[in-house]
Design a protein around this ligand. Sequence first.
Ligand SMILES: *Cc1c(COP(=O)(O)O)cnc(C)c1O
Length: 350
Amino acid sequence: MQRPRERTIDLTSDTVTRPSPGMYEAMVTAELGDEQKGTDPTVNALCDRVAELLGKEAAVFLPSGVMCNTIAILVQCRPGEEVLTSSCAHLLTMECAAPSAIAGVTVRGIEASGGIFSADDILRTIPWTRKRNVPNPTLISIENTCNRGGGSVWPMGHIWEIRQIAVDRGIAMHMDGARLLNASVASGVLPSEYSAPFDTVWIDLSKGLGCPVGAVLAGSSALIENAWVWKHRLGGAMRQAGVLAAAGLYALVHNIERLEEDHKNARKLAAGLGRLNGVRSKWGEPETNIVFLDVSGTAIPAAAIGERLLASGIHIGVESEFELRAITHLDVSEADIDTAVLGFEEVLKR
Ligand SMILES: *Cc1c(COP(=O)(O)O)cnc(C)c1O
């Protein structure tokens, strides 16, 4: 009989991390105030730090990335207008249609490999001349890294080409930067360089950075002032939120450079699993911390593999009939990757 494992290796998401002792310490000792009155010094410090990191005038602390996306649309689009993004974008496929339900916009998805579309794709999507009967595109949203594109990293040249069209057509630019710092560490492009062509950009604290809660949206002072109105309306204005912001400040110091370890572990996982019969890394060698696995070659449904893996202490996300997703993060070690590969091999033998 198999001995039950002491702990599960959780590869379902980089949101599963728990605060480290150092992060807890920072939270417990944080100076606090009233966030919605603008008097929480720790929240203010976090917003200043993120604005500086992203090269923007101002930033606002929000409870989640979804709220960042929703508010960015609310402050840049009017009801009936159109947002352009990739067809696999989180804001189009995984946010309960918040852009239409709350902001009243339509979102048009552009098909593109790895979720990375080009300036030509935009030109093919929007009409050359304004037509009365066609929805007016007023925002282009780019997801960097692109989650469902396998953690793909946007090339800077692509972004500037798209920016040129946006400027010519009076379209605003938004970056869903849930994993912008992964993109930055992987590519060497500074977060501020990545953010320069965008009117609004946000980073998630609760993904690879390892915080329990929170995201920060940055932009011009005018846009962020308006974002505050929506933050209140949506119930996102908080009180002693410095306990959460302290985790963010800690993460910005300690958890950015180490993202490279997660990327290394993802490459190791993809390589190890790629050697197993019938298993293939969908996007080849991962650029960052996300690995999609095509297991159709094993003829075993992904759900069955997922169940068997879980029974042996390895938790991987089941995406579709023959697709699994694994995400590395700071609570997964290199040794855990070896264990996961061995466990996967065992499961396929059975
Ligand atoms: C997780 C995620 C979001 C949403 O962030 P939350 O903090 O979970 O609300 C948005 N976009 C992308 C690409 C994500 O991965």
